[in-house]
Every structure is written in structure tokens, then in C-alpha cells.
Design a protein around this ligand. Structure first.
Ligand code: SAJ
Length: 440
């Protein structure tokens, strides 16, 4: 009996003899390359960024969650190598695409990274490959964009001699409890056979693979996960605005609601929504639906509320300074924490950047401190972290806690400051009924 291409590929995957390539060696791709290498596959990481490739080739890691000794071990064992040369794809059997999906300045999806990766892959495609897209994108991308370029235009047939699927990344940088290997992985293919082959591949390396019936289900599941977060953060942000008007402590309200052991999930208000996932992924969904003449009202409203939180923070600064008879214009404001969330060094979409810009527009003299970010490009100029935190706290007319890094000595900061705007309840009880503390 002749063996089908699917059976041949499944056999290679099950024996871990399939040659694996990971396109994109960022916070998603490199951990994925490591788990496939650890499972015994020979993995080639491909990235146009020569610095990333050279780092890996030296046996070092450029990703905070992957220690260099892991890279050194895998490269020494011949299980991992990296290159900028896409032509190695012609020898590959299984390829995972882990490239960024940002937004354009217009707020529309930027698929350029997916299109570039797909275009390179199309040059070297051969029959009987399994291809998995991991980049978060709108429902339909795998079928509408990848399938024509990797299948139809090359005479390959999904489910016959091409196995194409989508599997959302669920990497939360810095998290130790849920990692690439133990976080359940959803996978959906263009056809049932595609789902089966892709799931069989990932099941060799990951603890739990959840095969779904289509790529669209997998694409949409990811968007539900992150839209759920974005909308609930928008809800608590609006609760903060309402409590502010009612003179009620929103933090106490949320803590009280969170005592409910079922039917409630705690989110906390903040100065806005940062990161490269939560503020962005839902807009891929609302963009797709607009093209279908449907308005995703929850997403648009939550996005509006979250985007407006930096302005609310400015009004708190203004009110706080006003109580001390100081105009915002000419006052010195020290922003504490500019990363988009505590204890990481990532600035992407951080609300702190909007807050600094808005304060400067009002004429404040703004400086910042962040233990994870020594400097960043602000309007074409380099803005550097203040060298001495407590000196800066002493000198400032107002200290605004924007990102509540756990390393800060909050009692000392409150003690030394004239005025503190606490947008994260970082001070806890220290901030309650304290005349020099204004809370979100
Ligand atoms: N934020 C709030 N209130 C909250 C939670 C978050 O204001 O209650 C803010 C954060 O300060 C930050 C932004 O929202 O500015 C995003 O925070 P996040 O905790 O969602 O962190 P991310 O962006 O790193 O989200 C990632 C996502 N992971 C992936 O997309 C693979 C998300 O799906 C995870 O649920 C999240 O990590 C997580 O659980 O930590």
C-alpha cells in the first residue's frame, strides 16, 4: 500500500526527524525554537536581524526568558542554529512563523512582517511541508493571505501536500509559572488533515495541544483572549472615572468585589493600556469587522476609555498641584516607572510616554525614573533616567507613580515627596487619606 504524503510527514514528525525552522527569533520564536530543540528536532532559527542570529550562534540569548546556557547547550548539541539566509527553507519540513503584527500609524493592521515572511517562504516551498502561523492577526489571515501564496500559486493543495495551520502565541514575557512548554496551545488548520498534522508536530514538544476545527477558530480564540482583557481593563478604568466623581475609593470597591469567589475576575485601573498585545490585538478584530460593515462597539468604546486615561492622569496632576497653589506650567513632575507594566523593561505603547508628552504640552518640567529603562528616544531626543531617585523625589513639585515596579521603596518616596499621584494604588494604605497623595 503506498504511503501518503501526510503519513510520510507524520512519521517524520513523530520520529522527530523532521527538519524544523522558526521564522522570527523574538520573545515568541526563540522559546519555541528551544522547546522543539529540547524535544530532539534539529531546529534552524531564521531572522533578518543579524545581531539576533550572531548572538544565538555565539551560544547566547537575547531574550530575557531564555538563559544563554540553554542556547549554548542546544547549539553545541547541533539542535539549534540560526541564520539570516531564508534559502535554508528548501530543506525544511516544518516551519513556524513568529513575526510581529503591529498597527500602522493609521491604526490599521500592519501585515508587512507576515507578508515578507510568507514571500520568502514561498520561494523555497516544496510539497509535504507543515506551516504554522503564530502571529496574532485578524480571522481569515491564514486562509486569505498564506494559503494562496503557499498553496494555490505553487500548485500545492492544503490537506494533500501542504499542511497549513494557525496557532496563537501565549507567551507572557517574564512569567515563570506558565511558559511555552506548559501553556495549552490551540491549533487550527485550513483542513482537518492540516489541523491533525500541525497538532501532531506541536504535540512532540508541548505538554498540551488543543486542536480546533479551523484556522479561523484558532485566530478568533486568541482575539477573544486579549479582547476580553482589554475590555475588562476598560471597564475598571471607567469605574475609576465614576468613583472619582462619586468620591468613592475605586480600589476598595474592586477589592470588595474580588472577595466574590465566583463570577468575578479582578482587573485594576491604571494610567492607560500599554504593551504590544492588549491595546493592539482587539483592533485587528474591529478592523476586520468594519470591512464587513459591522462596528465592534465594545472594542471601540473600551479603546476610547483606555486611550483617554493618560488625560485623566494629567487632570489629577493639575488638581493636586492646584491644591498647593501651583500651576502645572513651570512645575517639576517626576514620572516614576515608564515601562508598560511593572518589573519589565518594555516601553511599547506605554501610557507613560503619552503622559510625559501631555505634561510637557502643559508646560511642566518633566523627568523620569525607571530602574529598567536607562534612557529612551523622546520626540527625537534622548531622555535619560534621573541619576538619583531620592534627590529627584525631594526636588519635584509632584511625583507621578505610573508604573509600580516592585523595587521602589514607596514609604520612603511618600515621606520625601511634596505631592504623589498614585495611578496604580502602589502606596496601598499609605496613600489613603494622605493629604499629599492623590489616587486614581
Ligand atoms: N493592565 C491594567 N489593568 C489590569 C491588567 C493590565 O491596567 O488589570 C495594563 C497593564 O499595566 C499594561 C496593559 O494593561 O499596560 C497590558 O497588561 P497585561 O497584563 O495584559 O500584559 P501583556 O500586554 O504582557 O499581556 C500578555 C498577553 N499575552 C499574550 O498576548 C500572549 C495576555 O494575553 C496575557 O493575558 C497577559 O500577558 C498576562 O496574563 O499577563
Amino acid at each position: 500500500m503506498t504511503i501518503t504524503p501526510k503519513q510520510k510527514l507524520m512519521d517524520l514528525l513523530n520520529k522527530r526527524q523532521a527538519k524544523v525552522a522558526i521564522l522570527g527569533l523574538g520573545y515568541v520564536g526563540l522559546p519555541l525554537a528551544v522547546v522543539f530543540g529540547d524535544a530532539g528536532f534539529e531546529v534552524t532559527g531564521i531572522d533578518p536581524d543579524k545581531r539576533k542570529v550572531d548572538t544565538i550562534q555565539r551560544g547566547e540569548s537575547h531574550i530575557q526568558d531564555i538563559p544563554s546556557e540553554v542556547i549554548a547547550r542546544l547549539t553545541a548539541a547541533g539542535k539549534l542554529k540560526a541564520t539570516t539566509d531564508f534559502s535554508v527553507l528548501r530543506e525544511m519540513d516544518a516551519v513556524s512563523i513568529c513575526v510581529p503584527t503591529p498597527l500602522r500609524k493609521t491604526g490599521d493592521p500592519d501585515l508587512s512582517f507576515i507578508l515578507n515572511a510568507t514571500g520568502e517562504l514561498a520561494k523555497y516551498m516544496h510539497p509535504d511541508m507543515v506551516i504554522v502561523l503564530e502571529s496574532t492577526t485578524y480571522p481569515g489571515t491564514t486562509r486569505e493571505i498564506l494559503l494562496p501564496k503557499l498553496g494555490d500559486e505553487l500548485g500545492l493543495q492544503a490537506g494533500e501536500n501542504l499542511f497549513l495551520a494557525f496557532s496563537p502565541e501565549r507567551v507572557d514575557p517574564g512569567r515563570q509559572d506558565w511558559t511555552t512548554i506548559n501553556t495549552p496551545k490551540v491549533i487550527g488548520g485550513i483542513t482537518q488533515d492540516c489541523s491533525e498534522v500541525a497538532a501532531a508536530w506541536y504535540a512532540q514538544a508541548l505538554e498540551s495541544v488543543v486542536a480546533v476545527s479551523s484556522a479561523e477558530v484558532a485566530e478568533m480564540a486568541k482575539l477573544l483572549e486579549n479582547t476580553f482583557r482589554m475590555i475588562n481593563i476598560g471597564l475598571v478604568n471607567e469605574m475609576a472615572l465614576m468613583c472619582n466623581r462619586l468620591g468613592i475609593d475605586v480600589w476598595e470597591v474592586i477589592d470588595a468585589a474580588a472577595t466574590k469567589p465566583f463570577g468575578f475576575m479582578k482587573f485594576t485601573p491604571g494610567p492607560g493600556l500599554g504593551g504590544h498585545c492588549i491595546p493592539i490585538d482587539p483592533l485587528y478584530l474591529s478592523w476586520k469587522l468594519r470591512a464587513l460593515h459591522y462596528t465592534a462597539r465594545f472594542i471601540e468604546l473600551a479603546s476610547e476609555i483606555n486611550t483617554n486615561m493618560p488625560r485623566h492622569v494629567i487632570s489629577l496632576v493639575q488638581d493636586g498641584l492646584n491644591l498647593q497653589g501651583k500651576p502645572i506650567k513651570g512645575s517639576s513632575v517626576l514620572v516614576l516607572g515608564v515601562a508598560y507594566k511593572p518589573d519589565i523593561d518594555d516601553l511599547r505603547e506605554s501610557p507613560a510616554l503619552d503622559i510625559i508628552g501631555l505634561l510637557e504640552q502643559k508646560g511642566a518640567r518633566v523627568s523620569y525614573h525607571d530602574p529598567y529603562i536607562p534612557a529612551f528616544n523622546h520626540d527625537g531626543q534622548e531622555m535619560a533616567c534621573v541619576p538619583d531617585l531620592m534627590n529627584a523625589v525631594h526636588a519635584a513639585d509632584c511625583v507621578a507613580i505610573i508604573t509600580n515596579h516592585s523595587s521602589y521603596d514607596y514609604p520612603a518616596i511618600v515621606d520625601a515627596a511634596r505631592l504623589v499621584i498614585d495611578t496604580r494604588n502602589a502606596l496601598g494604605a499609605l496613600g489613603k487619606n494622605n493629604p499629599k497623595v492623590v489616587r486614581l
